[in-house]
Design a protein. Structure first.
Lengths: 380, 94
């Protein structure tokens, strides 16, 4: 890989205060033209929140424009009973492999890390392929606790379609992003006037599926990349659509996202998974929000293979702190971490109470990392 | 984790490819990639799978963000996630 090619590009894109100022100025003018005191826009992607915090983008947003993070952290929205199932499975003696942050997220009373401390065999992996390799290396049962959105679910589908070893099974907690946007719109308290769609989930599903959503809910959707200027540019476009009352979907990330998405991956996803109704942690019951294995895959479904008793993971009462956690309101965009009395006190990255403080894509973790409400200077 | 990470295909081995990520070579599965790929192509890797072939014209623009992040030596969350993505594929011997 030659460095020169992109070194120049990096400078243009990151050291371009002129463009950043121009975009911020345009955003201010469009927000003024909307005229209302407060316009709330939502993004649904942990990587967007990281970029917004890292590059201090909220500092250049017009005062009347509020940009909140919705249910875009896959670790955070994994429901407690799902974690309880994984913990019970691990305590039952099954090897449980799962993606990094998931190990530390508390279930009703225990996390997988707690189970490991009690002797359970819990493995942190970065790719489902590593869980397959683990199953090939042991005669014991290996269950993959599968979390994440469609971007990650396609990888789970791919390994199941390639003859996994007989001692391998999947405990699916995969989620499908678009129905969560529906759930947010259905909340009586929510006042979301526009969405920034998660760029890389749309790599798989394509941006076309947001067109119908935008029409039905009369709300614009803009697909955005992850560069600071990409995000600012997408916000300007989104604000213009709000100003003009145009409820449609626009793709501002064409270098990665197409209208139809990745059909090769979609075909594999829907051969293995079906959508099902289910709870998202803290958010709500999300119709169509869960990805579960289809009937043909019952033989690799950990829920069918093992008699999982989630009660085994709940051998004591939940802590009082957990009851005070407002992760759900934060993920629904109804509150910020600064409104949580635990934030930065009883709840911190080393001692997380809620899932949002555990994951690198959780709002609380990100805000904690960058010092409260991130208001750094924009890259200049 | 949503970011993925771009890399350049060095050699294709069956359903996998050895991919160069800033000098680190990893084996990436090709089951999910949206179109046929060849050595020299850039792909976006997510959890050990290529999920998209990056069109020629978009390579420099795509790499820019990652270049900036990988230069970061602090314990930045985006950088940490990128390093996780790199860890998602096993090393392959050059």
């Amino acid at each position: 890989m030659t460095r020169d090619v992109f070194a120049d590009a990096a400078q243009v894109r990151f050291r371009d205060p002129v463009r950043a100022r121009a975009l911020a100025g345009a955003l201010g003018r469009v927000a003024d033209a909307i005229g209302r005191d407060r316009v709330t826009l939502m993004h649904v992607c942990g990587s967007h929140e990281q970029a917004i915090a890292r590059f201090g983008l909220r500092a250049v947003l017009p005062k009347r424009l509020d940009l909140v993070m919705g249910p875009g952290c896959p670790v955070c929205i994994t429901d407690m009973p799902e974690i309880d199932e994984a913990v019970a499975l691990a305590l039952h003696g099954v090897h449980v492999a799962t993606y990094g942050d998931m190990v530390r997220v508390p279930g009703t009373v225990k996390s997988l890390a707690d189970a490991r401390a009690e002797g359970a065999r819990v493995h942190v992996i970065y790719s489902v392929q590593q869980a397959i390799d683990l199953a090939r290396a042991t005669p014991d049962e290996v269950a993959f606790f599968a979390t994440g959105f469609e971007t990650t679910a396609v990888a789970t589908a791919a390994v199941l379609l390639r003859d996994p070893p007989p001692n391998f099974s999947v405990l699916s907690a995969h989620k499908f992003v678009p129905p969560a946007m529906e759930a947010v719109m259905a909340m009586p308290e929510a006042r979301i006037e526009g969405f920034l769609a998660a760029g890389h989930a749309a790599v798989i599903t394509g941006w076309g599926l947001f067109e119908e959503f935008a029409r039905r809910h009369r709300v614009p959707v803009v697909v955005a990349g992850f560069e600071p200027l990409d995000i600012l540019g997408a916000l300007v476009r989104l604000a213009e659509l709000v100003r003009d009352g145009e409820a449609r979907a626009v793709n501002m990330y064409p270098r990665c996202v197409s209208r139809e998405g990745n059909r090769v991956a979609q075909a594999q996803l829907w051969r293995v998974f079906r959508i099902d109704d289910g709870e998202w942690r803290g958010i709500a019951h999300v119709p169509g929000g869960n990805l579960r294995l289809r009937e043909e895959w019952a033989h690799v479904d950990a829920r069918r293979r093992f008699a999982i008793d989630p009660a085994r993971a709940r051998d004591r009462e939940p802590s009082a702190l957990a009851a005070a956690c407002i992760c759900g309101r934060i993920m629904a965009g109804l509150a910020t971490p600064l409104e949580c009395r635990l934030f930065g006190r009883e709840c911190a990255p080393d001692v997380p109470v809620g899932a949002c403080m555990v994951s690198s894509e959780g709002t609380c973790r990100i805000w904690h990392q960058y010092g409260g409400r991130p208001e750094l200077e924009v890259a200049s | 984790m949503c970011l993925g990470i771009p890399g350049r295909i060095v050699v294709i081995v069956g359903d996998t490819a050895d991919v160069d990520f800033w000098g680190v070579r990893r084996r990436v599965r090709l089951d999910l990639v949206n179109e046929p790929v060849a050595p020299g192509d850039y792909i976006l890797n997510h959890v050990g799978f290529a999920i998209r072939r990056i069109p020629e014209a978009e390579i420099a623009g795509t790499l820019a963000l990652y270049e900036e992040l990988l230069r970061d030596t602090s314990d930045d969350l985006m950088t940490a996630d990128l390093r996780g993505e790199l860890g998602a594929a096993p090393r392959s011997d050059p």
